[in-house]
Design a protein around this ligand. Structure first.
Ligand code: GRG
Length: 278
């Protein structure tokens, strides 16, 4: 038996699957992954137009992962991006399909990007597939699921964060560089930046879960504590978590040195992520 559903919003497209896909995609996320992708392209002297299909693709992947993460079989959450979650509005079956369709849509959009001399289409598609597959994004979710109710070390938590959060953020930054045909040294700098920013992002997310309200977050606050999930605040405490987030952000800034001041937007985004309140 399915839970009571919330009234669906009116939408011009009568097809339920497309309504469900749009509902989550346009629910009001921060768009950090596309922003990082565009900012990385800019740092490498590329154009926004060339980065745009890749930026949209990573947002589709991210939105799919949130829809599935909120399902009763996963984190079982009622709110996301300030709205009832997909399965609350469309039912579990449709929410699963909306996630599946967004994952597929991501590759359809990414395939429309312009190949670059150093980076053929194959490389960009591989980048997205690897970051979202069973060794990265999905592996992080698996480790998270398997870790529930078990004692988790900082090293195990870092393993989860690297995959669940940092992989897609890092991929977003790398794709921006690739769309700009960046040289290998710049791609390496972007990789270091994306990795550190990705780790900082999740530490900050864990901090916000215990310091902010549900209204502010647009999702249920305090869920990690209620589910006895391993987080930085629960393992090392709130103050040390804040210091770790600052240290990771400092490392991210340091990774941008080779850009010699041309990565202004990336610096601004890393600064914003550290200070964000939702
Ligand atoms: C493959 C089912 C499946 C899940 C993958 C991404 C993921 C694992 C689960 C989502 C939940 C979660 C805590 C992910 C970590 C990344 C994160 C903090 C997501 C929230 O990202 P924001 O704050 O969200 O950028 P908005 O709504 O602003 O886009």
């Amino acid at each position: 038996m399915s839970a009571k559903r919330i009234e669906r919003p009116n939408a011009p497209d009568k097809s339920t699957i497309h309504q469900a896909m749009r509902y989550s995609l346009f629910a009001g996320g921060k768009r950090m992954r596309p922003a990082l992708c565009l900012a990385a392209a800019e740092a490498c002297g590329g154009s926004r137009n060339d980065a745009l299909p890749l930026a949209c693709a990573v947002e589709c992947i991210h939105t799919y992962s949130l829809i599935h993460d909120d399902l009763p079989a996963m984190d079982n959450d009622d709110f996301r991006r300030g709205k009832p979650t997909s399965h609350k509005v469309y039912g579990e079956g449709m929410a699963i399909l909306a996630g599946d369709a967004l994952l597929t849509q991501a590759f359809e959009i990414a395939a429309q990007c312009r190949a670059q001399p150093r980076y053929p289409h194959r490389d960009m598609i591989l980048e997205i597939a690897r970051a979202s597959g069973s060794l990265q994004l999905v592996a992080g979710q698996v480790a998270d699921l398997e870790g529930e109710g078990r004692k988790t070390s900082v090293a195990q938590l870092k393993y989860i964060h690297e995959r669940k959060t940092s992989a897609l953020l890092c991929c977003s930054v790398r794709l921006g560089g690739m769309s700009a045909n960046c040289p290998p040294a710049q791609l390496k700098a972007l990789t270091d930046f994306g990795y550190q920013v990705g780790l900082a992002f999740q530490v900050i997310d864990d901090i916000l879960d215990v310091t902010q309200s549900s209204e502010k977050l647009g999702k249920t606050a305090g869920k990690d504590t209620a589910a006895q999930k391993a987080t930085y605040p629960s393992i090392v405490g709130l103050e040390k978590s804040k210091r770790i987030a600052q240290q990771l952000t400092d490392k991210a800034f340091a990774a941008l040195k080779p850009f010699k001041g041309r990565a202004v937007a990336l610096e601004a985004l890393a600064g914003y992520l550290l200070k964000r309140e939702h």
